[in-house]
Design a binder for this molecule. Structure first.
Ligand SMILES: [Zn+2]
Length: 341
């Protein structure tokens, strides 16, 4: 019998609500209600639900400075407040953020130990904008980066691949591993929107040069471009990197219905991306875990997520497409300096 697919969750994810300090904030607990409602209707797609433990401060400090961890903890203890124009915490947010990071850690332990065939963390707040010393962009602690570092520090993994398909650049994850060759970070994101980083020409620094792959796409990009960049640039590089673990920063805000960005993916586009990643990971015998990032139209997020989980767990076929000629060629000629594409 194959080990279970695991879905990590925690009730504290529902208590973090930036609207208390920033009225009209799009990151609401309703996102989780929509996701879990849709999964429940589908019998959780066969995933076994597990309660996420709280990450220890030492786990948060795998990526973050003790000063950042203390400042978030103290602000929450004091009743909360806004950190910047986009990011706010309440009394419960530190607890929620610890369980969100703890979900990613526990999922990673299960995957690396072979105790899960697949994992997903349906938790808030999200993490990919959080830099080692700075919370920003709705994110407090960088769940995916902490999980990648845990796999390296605790299990001795030599190579972890992080794919970020949130519509916003995963600047926090990129910064955490900017000068490292043991984490390959690839992000497809819309250019010209928050946080304003992630240019094609930023490939990392020092020993990490080539291990950051930034693929910005224009407003209005649809699945033809996203899938082309994934199939013809990201995955050949990832295959050459030979990761022992694949982590996905799974945001669903590149969906055409999303209010925060202008990309035009369908729910089925996420399933296609998931099929391609699944097949690559299977070839490499690397387990796959995904962590929720953005996605601000709750129904579109829920539908896309259900299709992603089903695809990661084997449903559907990865369809090969011809490379989109303009941006894919430009990206391939740049990334091709570092990887055989
Ligand atoms: Zn996003």
């Amino acid at each position: 019998m194959s080990p279970p697919a695991l879905y990590f969750h925690h009730p504290s994810s529902l208590e973090h609500d930036p609207r208390a300090h920033i009225p009209g904030h799009p990151d609401t607990p309703e996102r989780i209600y929509a996701i879990e409602g849709a999964l429940q209707e589908r019998d959780w797609l066969g995933f076994e639900r597990r309660l996420a433990p709280a990450a220890h401060e030492s786990e948060l400090e795998l990526i973050h400075t003790p000063a950042l961890v203390a400042s978030i903890r103290d602000l929450c203890l004091a009743g909360g407040g806004a950190i910047d124009g986009d990011t706010a915490v309440g009394e419960s947010s530190y607890r929620a953020a610890r369980h969100a990071a703890g979900a990613a850690c526990e999922m990673t332990r299960a995957l690396v130990a072979g105790q899960a065939r697949l994992g997903f963390c349906g938790v808030r707040p999200s993490g990919h904008h959080a830099e080692p010393d700075r919370a920003m962009g709705f994110c407090l602690f960088n769940n995916v980066a902490i999980a990648a570092q845990l796999a390296i520090s605790e299990f001795g993994l030599a190579r972890v691949f992080v794919l970020d398909w949130d519509v916003h650049h995963g600047n926090g994850t990129a910064e955490a591993f900017r000068s490292r060759a043991d984490v390959l970070f690839a992000s497809i994101h819309q250019s010209g929107i928050y946080p304003g980083t992630g240019f094609l020409g930023d490939a990392g620094t020092g020993e990490g040069e080539g291990y950051t792959i930034n693929l910005p796409v224009p407003d209005g990009s649809d699945e033809q471009l996203w899938l082309s960049l994934l199939e013809h640039v990201v995955l050949p590089a990832a295959a050459a990197f030979q990761p022992e673990l694949v982590l996905i920063s799974a945001g669903f805000d590149a969906h055409r219905s999303d209010p925060l960005a202008g990309c035009r993916l369908e729910s089925s586009s996420f399933a296609q991306m998931a099929c391609h990643v699944r097949d690559l990971a299977a070839e490499l015998h690397a387990p796959v875990g995904a962590v929720l990032e953005g996605g601000y139209e709750p129904q579109a997020t829920a539908e896309s997520l259900c299709m992603t989980l089903a695809a990661l767990d084997g449903e559907g076929e990865a369809l090969s497409s011809a490379p989109e000629p303009i941006l894919t060629s430009r990206a391939a000629s740049y990334v091709g300096h570092y990887w055989p594409l």
